[in-house]
Structure formats: structure tokens, C-alpha cells
Design a protein around this ligand. Sequence first.
Ligand SMILES: NC(=O)c1ccc[n+]([C@@H]2O[C@H](COP(=O)([O-])OP(=O)(O)OC[C@H]3O[C@@H](n4cnc5c(N)ncnc54)[C@H](OP(=O)(O)O)[C@@H]3O)[C@@H](O)[C@H]2O)c1
Length: 188
Amino acid sequence: MRIRARVSMSADGYVTTPSGWPAQTADPAFVSGESHGIREFLDGCEAAVMGRTTFEPALTNSRWPWPDLDVFVLGSHRPPGTPRHVVTDSDPARLLDKLRAANRGGDVHLVGGPRTIGAFHALGALDTLELVVLPLFFGAGTQLTPALDHAAALTFERQRALPGGSVEIVYSCRGARAPLPAEPASQR
Ligand SMILES: NC(=O)c1ccc[n+]([C@@H]2O[C@H](COP(=O)([O-])OP(=O)(O)OC[C@H]3O[C@@H](n4cnc5c(N)ncnc54)[C@H](OP(=O)(O)O)[C@@H]3O)[C@@H](O)[C@H]2O)c1
């Protein structure tokens, strides 16, 4: 099983709109469950894991967003109305154990948000960080860092252009981080 964090972000680096919605929802090319390469991505996935903040809006959605996936949620409480099959835990390491115990060999889509991606990264459990960079500027919103340690080691794996002008970039999170180049003294 690989844990694959996949997030959309604006071209100026925000994973949410200024009002807190997932970045891709602001893109005119967005179609829930269908656009931005999500279908191909989900082909190899059997589970989705996310933080309580990202999960809660699904409870009032007209359609359940993860019909074919086991769902795991990191949060201190089980939100009212959570379907019985959804697994919740307040401890990231315990939730990771539950994910592994349930795994049948498929991948896990780490949906987000940044704090949950950061929690899995801190456990050394993140296999890939997959960014969908949208052809939009937001000017404000939430970024992946500081929730995700800025010292994350990223090794480029592949990229593809998506319909609608977005670009998917896949990084491996395995391996040592290359040292940052020293800044010239005049720029400090
Ligand atoms: N662009 C995208 O693709 C994308 C994808 C997903 C989400 N988003 C956006 O991301 C935003 C939410 O991100 P977020 O980072 O604030 O929230 P989040 O990761 O979705 O959820 C945060 C919650 O998860 C639990 N949690 C996270 N880390 C934990 C840890 N180390 N230990 C214990 N519990 C932990 C806590 O639940 P409790 O409070 O219950 O303790 C915390 O309040 C939303 O605005 C959403 O729209 C964007």
C-alpha cells in the first residue's frame, strides 16, 4: 500500500480559496468526481484518509464523495451523522495502524487538508505528494506549509498536462532531502 497525498493548488501556492474551499472548486473546469485527473488517480486506490475539517462537508453533500473507497478520518470526535463504515481516530499513528490492518493491497488517497498531510508526513508514512497546479491566482488562502514541514524531501517522479490547463506533478517523499543552496550574502 502507498499513501498518496493529492492536492490541488493555485499557481500562487494556495490549496484553499480565500474563503476556505478546496482550490479545484474555483476552477471553471471542475466537475465533482470527474475532472483534474481524479478518475485515473483513483483507479489504484481502495481507501481515502482525511482530516475531520475536510471530511465534515461530505456529511451534507447530496452525493457521498467516496462510494468505492474505505474511508478513514483523523479527528478528536466522530462528527454526528458519520456513516458506520467510516473509521475515525484521534491519533495519527493509531489511524495509520488501522489503515494498514484493513489494506488489501491497493493505494490510499490522502485527501488532506494540510494538517493531516503534515501528520502523516511526520510519521514518515507519506509515499507521494501529488500536486495539481491550477491556472489561477488566489492571492490568499491556506498553504501546505507550515502544516507540512518545509524540510520535506521531494524527488520529482512525473508530470502530465490535464484538460483545462492544470498540470499534475508527482513527487516521491522517500529519500534524503537535498541541502538548500546557500543564499548570496547580499540577499540576506
Ligand atoms: N486543495 C485540495 O486538494 C484540498 C484537499 C483537502 C482539503 N482542502 C482544504 O483544506 C482545509 C482543511 O485543512 P486543515 O489542514 O485545516 O484540516 P484537516 O487536515 O482537513 O483536518 C484537521 C483536523 O484533523 C485532525 N488532525 C489533524 N492533524 C492531527 C494530528 N497531528 N493529531 C490529531 N489530530 C489531527 C484534527 O481534528 P480535531 O479538531 O477533531 O481534533 C484537526 O482539527 C479546508 O479548507 C479544505 O477545503 C483542500
